[in-house]
Design a protein around this ligand. Structure first.
Ligand code: ADP
Ligand code: MG
Length: 366
C-alpha cells in the first residue's frame, strides 16, 4: 500500500480550499449575479402569451405576470428593424421617451398605466397595463360611413386626452385608429403607443427640428418637416374623423390647394357647423387650425349643446304639429258625428212624414 506523498496532501488541501471558497463567497457572488440577471430580465417574471404587434422599432407582447396573480400585461421590447447606427440611436431615444412619457402620463385613466421598465444587455423593455378591448381600425373601415354623433363622441373623448398630454408638453405624433383602443369594460376610448412622442421644450423660442416621425396620411406637413406642434395631433385626429365619416382612406380624397383643405363634405351628411369644426382641425396651414386641444374641445361642446337645442326645438315643433293635427282630427270627428246626428234626425223626420202621409192616405180612402 502506497502512503500519500507530500505533493498529494498539498493537492488535496488545495482542492479542499477551493471547495471551501466556492461554498462561501464565490457561490454567493454567483448567486448574486444570476439573481441580478433574473431581476433584470422581464421574461423571468412575465410569461409571454402571444405577440400583439411589431413596428419599426419594437415588438409588443401580451404576457402574464407570474408574481401578481397571472394578471395580463403588455410588454414592449425595443427591437429596431434597421441596423444603421443612427436609426438605432433615434429608435432608442424614442423608446426611452416612451418609457418617460408612460411614467409621467400613465396615471390618467385613458392611458395605459406604466408598470415597469428594464434596460440590460438583453435589451430594453417597457411593461404596461393591458387594455382589454379592440383598436379603432376595427370600427373605422373602408366603405363604412359612420354618423356625426359617433364621430363627434370619438373626437370629444380624444380631445380630452390631448388636453391632458399637451399640458405635459407632449405631442403624441401618431394618432391613428390602430393607436386608439375601445375599452371593453366601459366602452371608453384609450390612447396607446407613445413610441413616437415628442417632448416640446417650451423654453426654446425657435422651432425645434426633429426627425419626421409619424404615419403618412395622418401626419401634417409641419410634422413631416420635423417641426411638430400641438396642433399636429389635432390634425391627425381630424383626419381620423374624416375617414370615419366618409368611409374613405385619406389618400382617396382630393385637396383644395387654394384653401389648403380636403374635399370630404360631399361624401357624407353632417351639419355645416360640424364640417366647419372638422375643417378647422385639418387645415394644412397650422396657423388656421385650432392651436390647442382645449379650444377645439370648447367649440365641440358648443356645437353639441346647439344641436341638442335644435333637437329639442324639433321635438317641440313635432309635438305642436302633432297637437294641431290632433285638434284637427277631433274637430273633423265632431263634424262627422254632428252631421250623422243631423242626418239621422232627418231620416227620422222623413220616416215620420212618410208614415203620416200613409195614415192620411188611409184615412182618405176610408
Ligand atoms: N396597453 C395595451 N393593451 C392592449 N393592447 C395593446 C396595448 N398596447 C398595444 N397593444 C396592441 O398592440 C398593438 C401594437 O402596439 P403599439 O404600442 O401600437 O406598437 P407599434 O405600433 O409600435 O407596433 C396595438 O395596435 C394594440 O393592438
Ligand atoms: Mg401603434
Amino acid at each position: 500500500m502506497n502512503l500519500l506523498g507530500v505533493s498529494d496532501i498539498l493537492y488535496i488541501s488545495y482542492f479542499l480550499a477551493i471547495v471551501f471558497v466556492l461554498n462561501t463567497q464565490y457561490t454567493r457572488i454567483l448567486q448574486f449575479y444570476f439573481q441580478g440577471l433574473i431581476q433584470q430580465n422581464p421574461f423571468f417574471r412575465y410569461q409571454v402569451i402571444k405577440k400583439l404587434g411589431q413596428g419599426g422599432f419594437g415588438i409588443t407582447y401580451l404576457a402574464e405576470d407570474r408574481e401578481n396573480n397571472d394578471n395580463l400585461v403588455v410588454i414592449k421590447k425595443f427591437f429596431p428593424q434597421q441596423c444603421e447606427p443612427y436609426i438605432k440611436e433615434i429608435g432608442l431615444r424614442l423608446f426611452r421617451n416612451e418609457i418617460k412619457a408612460q411614467k409621467n402620463l400613465g396615471h390618467f385613466p385613458k392611458i395605459p398605466t406604466f408598470l415597469d421598465s428594464y434596460e440590460n444587455c438583453d435589451g430594453f423593455f417597457l411593461v404596461q397595463e393591458f387594455i382589454d378591448g379592440h383598436t379603432l381600425d376595427q370600427e373605422i373601415s373602408l366603405g363604412v360611413q359612420l354618423d356625426q354623433n359617433y364621430v363627434s363622441q370619438l373626437i370629444f373623448e380624444l380631445l380630452e386626452i390631448l388636453v391632458f398630454i399637451h399640458e405635459k408638453n407632449i405631442v403624441h405624433r401618431d394618432i391613428k385608429p390602430s393607436n386608439i383602443m375601445r375599452r371593453k369594460i366601459d366602452q371608453k376610448l384609450v390612447l396607446i403607443d407613445f413610441g413616437a412622442i415628442k417632448i416640446i421644450d417650451m423654453t426654446l423660442k425657435t422651432g425645434i427640428v426633429s426627425e419626421a416621425i409619424g404615419t403618412s396620411g395622418y401626419m401634417p406637413i409641419e410634422q413631416a418637416l420635423g417641426k411638430p406642434k400641438f396642433s399636429s395631433d389635432i390634425y391627425s385626429l381630424g383626419i381620423v374623423g374624416i375617414e370615419a365619416l366618409t368611409g374613405q382612406r385619406i389618400y382617396e380624397l382630393s385637396e383644395n390647394s387654394k384653401v389648403g383643405k380636403l374635399e370630404w363634405e360631399k361624401y357624407c351628411n353632417v351639419t355645416k357647423e360640424f364640417s366647419n369644426f372638422i375643417n378647422k382641425m385639418t387645415f394644412s396651414d397650422y396657423n388656421l387650425r385650432y392651436q390647442t386641444a382645449y379650444q377645439a374641445l370648447r367649440d365641440l361642446k358648443a356645437i353639441n349643446s346647439n344641436s341638442k337645442l335644435i333637437k329639442l326645438g324639433n321635438k317641440l315643433s313635432k309635438l305642436i304639429e302633432y297637437k294641431l293635427s290632433f285638434n284637427k282630427t277631433i274637430s273633423l270627428l265632431l263634424i262627422v258625428i254632428l252631421c250623422s246626428i243631423i242626418l239621422r234626425q232627418n231620416i227620422d223626420i222623413t220616416n215620420i212624414l212618410e208614415k203620416k202621409i200613409q195614415i192620411d192616405k188611409i184615412q182618405l180612402f176610408d
